[in-house]
Ligand binder design. Sequence first.
Ligand SMILES: Nc1nc2c(c(=O)[nH]1)N[C@H]1C(S)=C(S)[C@@H](COP(=O)(O)OP(=O)(O)OC[C@H]3O[C@@H](n4cnc5c(N)ncnc54)[C@H](O)[C@@H]3O)O[C@H]1N2
Ligand code: MOO
Ligand SMILES: [Mg+2]
Length: 604
Amino acid sequence: MDPITFGVLTISDTCYNDRSKDRSGPRLVSQIMQTFRNAQVITSVVPDEKHLIQSELRQWIDRKDVGVIFTTGGTGLAPRDVTPEATKPLLDKECPQLMMAIALASLKKTAFAALSRGICGIAGDTLIMNFPGSEKAVAECFGTVKDLLPHALHLINDDLALVQRTHAQVQGTETVQAQIHVCPHKTGSGDGRDRNSPFPMLPVAAVLDIIFGVVHRRSSLDDDIWKTTSPVNIPPFRASIKDGYAMKSTGFSGSKRVVGFIAAGDAPSAQPLEEDECFKINTGAPLPDQADCVVQVEDTLLVSRDKNGDESLVEIMVEPQAELDVRPIGHDLRVNDAIFPTADASSVVIQSLLASVGISKRLSRPKVAVISTGSELLAPGEQPVPGKVYDSNATMLEELLLYFGFDCVRTVVVSDNLADTKASLVTLFEKVEFVISTGGVSMGDKDFIKTALEELQFKIHCGRVNMKPGKPMTFASKDNMYFFGLPGNPVSAFVTFHLFALPAIRWSAGWERTKCSLATIQVKLSQDLSLDQRPEYVRASVTSKNGQLYASVNGNQISSRLQSIAGADVLVHLPARSSECCKASAGESYTASVLRYDFISKYE
Ligand SMILES: Nc1nc2c(c(=O)[nH]1)N[C@H]1C(S)=C(S)[C@@H](COP(=O)(O)OP(=O)(O)OC[C@H]3O[C@@H](n4cnc5c(N)ncnc54)[C@H](O)[C@@H]3O)O[C@H]1N2
Ligand code: MOO
Ligand SMILES: [Mg+2]
């Protein structure tokens, strides 16, 4: 089937106000991409407003390339659910049987499918289907219709030859020629097919959805860790919280003979203790068996020392209370209690809490390698050579992995050569699960990465992303080997590492999905910014003013200028330019991904 463009329209007040809540749209995009390799997908999010739904639908119906539009959301019985009412006036013909097929399939899964009012029909030569709003429902609905779409479109486009062929196939009189995907983007040949990438530009959210669906999440953080119970009590003995004197609270205040000294690490003392006696004790030391409280040194006076200079008599200035400044056995953690009160993938938390109960277990982390590709690269420290540039990406990626708590097991630099690229990939994947490369993923004759992946039987899940910088970002996998081909432009590599490779590695390490991507905040722009035709991730420093966070963009944002990462606290998510809006204005609020722990550069 010739490449067609699918439209995925999320209709939801909630998602319109916060795009990160839209899970159904990206899920639908990734389902489409996994079913129709050559498809293009355009997406949008509108509130549950009839006129806005219709204006978006009309724009897409009027486009020649858009063959199918799926809407998700607004098909229910709630007052704001108006998707069918918005869709119906635009249709030339309804397709009730298609919706019935969806309804019957959905009813098998849940009786509540009966409450969905979605409709389906044809507007011009575009097929429109209303799907429910839930992520699960859109996947199921798409699954019901996906095999019907090619034939439906051939009928709509009156493509008789193909219609006959499909009928013949259905009647079983013709075998379908197996469609083998050959990457037309061969390099070096420079024939016509190289002029257009075969990879659709996927929305960022859809790429993340694909990544989380493909990358195997290590279960080690799921069960055995969180369910681990403590083999010991913490503290294992009654421990003093202060430096002071251990005594019997029944002995009241007043002067007491000092009969001994207990340091942290000493064994508990079973020595008898009178009410007018006490032990000098250190913080963390075990209380003597007959004491039930500790008075801190600040609440005492030293009265006398014996001939060896040791304290012999003290004046207790406060009334001692039972259990004062004492941590009972198991006060912080009891034996057989769960060590982890909550799932927390931080290795600091996991390793230190395990250590606190005496378990020495080094959590294995996903193994990552870095490849820098490019015949033009010089290693830092080498002498300049005409036509060459220094390789900043390898160092940057090693440092980024370190910063985020992962190790770069190995780094190689490979020139623009297909055989070397393949050989490096094979060697590295013998040792690691993730390989992150930079360079060689765009349209150049020497961009071998995608070809190398195809020839090594990797599945390329994403070959281009609708974003700036980072458009040619490539994600591929084969079994449990995962490959990120970041663009060569240093800033593109920086941005796509943060948005895609890091979340994937964290996911593989067992992190909660909500924590895999960088945390996001809302910032106000400090200046006007023009919008690009792709959604843009601009580097900006953050100022906190009266509790409001402002973002100032770090100079020229061209994706080769690595200087823009200096002082970059966040990546501000700027939407793509649209016919209604071509700039982001100072004072407007935008979502921003937090790049570093210390993400506020200035307080005013
Ligand atoms: N005809 C088209 N050309 C390009 C397109 C396109 O769509 N059509 N996309 C542009 C975009 S967007 C990006 S991003 C770049 C990415 O290209 P590659 O991933 O193939 O990167 P290279 O071509 O290998 O290098 C790009 C650039 O970056 C420099 N570079 C590469 N590696 C390093 C490194 N390790 N350290 C520092 N600098 C590096 C390299 O010298 C180039 O200047 O493609 C555009 N082209
Ligand atoms: O995608 Mo590129 O990174 O814009 O230059
Ligand atoms: Mg290139």
